[in-house]
Design a protein. Structure first.
Length: 406
């Protein structure tokens, strides 16, 4: 028996659910507020679409922190390797980069999205763009569209509206009060994979804004990881910062001081650095001692001067220690609208094992609107696709039980 199903949100989670549901023979309509579907996916692909990570599955699961146990079933059913095979089925070849991240060979999102939309069209999926869901009315879904407002009822509904980052691409979290009014628990949204503001001196900003800081490691409660980041006028951002952003953000929220602690020369031991610096003639300026003894580039020397006002008086031992453990004092996160992703959203406890909202029978949820977060590295997209598939499977089970319409 075919059912009429609605998916609210035309991002990765929603489109994946549409594929599963239409493939099972149901009539699926995707409602997307923006002029086209997959806009955030396209934006993410501008610098090379990182679709997943090639690391061991158990390690990949650990990247989801406190949400690991809840997301495990969805991720077990759609692993990183399964995602690559799915891409291959769309005619999109992938490769594993040096960091273990997986990318389409074309390094773009547009070919994948075009092939995907063509597959959905072949399955009979209807995508209605510029159709914005604006809540419930008398038990039905209410929409605003170019032809005017209207309501509609469906046998089951999937909400895949995204989180609160990049609102200009459609993820504006406007849905929060509508679900809260229905008794759905929502955790406050917070920036994730975000930059941080730093009180740089005007001299440092003038000289180094936009400069990359390469070949360093950062340490936080999640451990020590290598990478790079970028200095800009307001602070720091980049992949290494994003990897450690969650514990740093949480410290700031709790009212504690937070520092981004980096090792400027991870390839050289503290003892060797001390010896190399001590060999330099005392008459040399600090800049020349650092240049000759360490080879640090100008932006790294600039970071040392920013962190330690009395750096010129440091002896070799203290100077080596500063290089190996440099703190960058953080003032606050950048606004959530600028963040790569967001934490918070629908509480995972508000859903049953089928991804259905306990307070709204027949209404399911998936993707970034759920309360989980993960670092960059392909984990975000993997979980969005996996939860979309899982929610679709939950909907199929719900429909097979002959439940009343949503």
């Amino acid at each position: 028996m075919s059912h009429e199903l609605a998916i609210i949100g035309g991002g990765p989670a929603g489109l994946m659910a549409a594929e599963v549901l239409a493939g099972a023979g149901h009539a699926v309509t995707v409602f997307e507020a923006m002029p086209t579907a997959g806009r955030k996916l396209l934006m993410a692909g501008k610098s090379g679409l990182n679709i997943t990570h090639s690391e061991d599955h158990s390690l990949l699961l650990s990247r989801y922190g406190s949400a690991e146990d809840t997301l495990r079933s969805a991720l077990d059913d759609f692993t990183g390797e399964d995602l690559r095979q799915w891409c291959a089925g769309l005619g999109i070849e992938t490769f594993v980069g040096s960091s273990g991240r997986v990318f389409p060979t074309a390094m773009k999102a547009s070919p994948l999205l075009r092939a995907w939309l063509a597959r959905l069209d072949g399955l009979g999926v209807i995508i209605r763009t510029r159709h914005r869901w604006v809540g419930f009315e008398d038990g039905a879904l209410k929409f605003e569209a170019p032809e005017g407002a209207f309501t509609a009822r469906f046998d089951a509904v999937l909400l895949a509206l995204g989180g609160a980052s990049w609102p200009r691409l459609g993820s504006d979290a406007a849905w929060v009060p509508w679900l809260e009014q229905k008794g759905v628990a929502i955790a406050p949204f917070l920036p994730a994979n975000c930059g941080f503001e730093v009180a740089w001196s005007p001299t440092f900003v003038e000289r180094f804004a936009g400069a990359p800081v390469k070949s360093v490691t950062a340490t936080s409660p999640i451990g020590t990881t290598p990478g790079e980041f970028v200095v800009n006028r307001w602070g720091i951002e980049g992949s290494l910062v994003y990897a450690h952003s969650a514990p740093l953000r949480d410290r700031l929220i709790e009212g504690h001081a937070a520092s981004f602690e980096i090792d400027l020369m991870p390839g050289r031991s503290l003892e060797r650095l001390e010896r190399d610096i001590a060999r330099q003639p005392a008459k040399l300026s600090l800049s020349n001692r650092l240049r000759k003894g360490t080879g640090l580039d100008p932006v790294k020397v600039g970071l040392l001067r920013e962190a330690f006002a009395d750096l010129a008086r440091f002896d070799p031992q203290k100077l080596a220690g500063a290089i190996k453990r440099l703190p960058i004092a953080l003032e606050r996160t950048r606004p959530i609208a600028e963040a790569i992703s967001s934490a918070g959203g629908i509480s995972l406890e508000a859903m049953d094992e089928r991804s259905m909202l306990k307070a709204l029978p027949g209404v399911f949820a998936a993707g970034e609107m759920l309360d989980w977060e993960a670092p960059t590295g392909g984990y975000l997209l993997t979980a969005c696709l996996a939860t979309g598939r899982a929610a679709a499977s939950g909907m199929l089970g719900f429909l097979s039980e002959g439940q009343p319409s949503a």
